[in-house]
Design a protein around this ligand. Sequence first.
Ligand code: PAF
Length: 284
Amino acid sequence: MKLVHTIQELQAALNAMRAQGKTIGLVPTMGALHAGHASLVKRCVAENDVAVVSVFVNPTQFNDQNDLLKYPRTLEADCRLLEGEGAAFVFAPSVEEMYPEADTRRFSYAPLDTVMEGIHRPGHFNGVCQIVSKLFDAVKPDRAYFGEKDFQQLAIIREMVRQMHYPLEIVGCPIVREADGLALSSRNARLSEAERATALNISRALFRSLDFARDHTLAETKRFVEESIAAVDGLRLEYFEIVDGRTLQAVSSWDDTDYIVGCITVYCGDVRLIDNIKYKESIK
Ligand code: PAF
């Protein structure tokens, strides 16, 4: 495995691989890697000749500077994990390498980016699209891998790829959970033991709502989740929306569409956690 810090070095290596007819997979990450990332890398390694993993804490997607400062940076440990998973390249550029000048591009994928995280984290998805498009341009992957935990991000990246005609396949990978159900997240490292136990109530509420939804309306199910979270000391609900899995617009009945997802964001102490659950999914 090779650790590279510049686009030039990365492209020189990848051009040589491409010239040999090798396929290239990309897993974009912000580091602080865990088993969720490892599952993306495993899939990337299995489906491509060359797996590239980028590790870059992208400043333009943080609307909260405190969050950016606190974001864990663990490149050495990340490299150990990636070597074990069989990645060929780790691309860990500096901020100056990715943004030699301010990126003034504006990406707008309404209505996908005007709901949920789009409301609560203004500018976040613009920053995500800035860095992901730069990574696509630098790596020119055949496939790129993203987790379904960031459900809205995945939908927006798919739309960006569609509108910008990137010649690559976006592969969405299922959420990886701890044995007790907590969705894996780099932010979990910031939870105290007590907070972690509290945070478990998020996935618990979502899973219980799956059963509840069987004989209740969508509005009742939404209220069930909202009230389950409100009942837990130490959790503060930012939003819970039950949406069409393709348009991300709120739906009002289980019969509205064949793909229905509940997306939730909850503060546990000062740690912002997101999760989601599929109520209905068609074969896409
Ligand atoms: O999901 C993430 O970790 C980030 O948003 C991404 C896609 C690596 C862009 O910085």
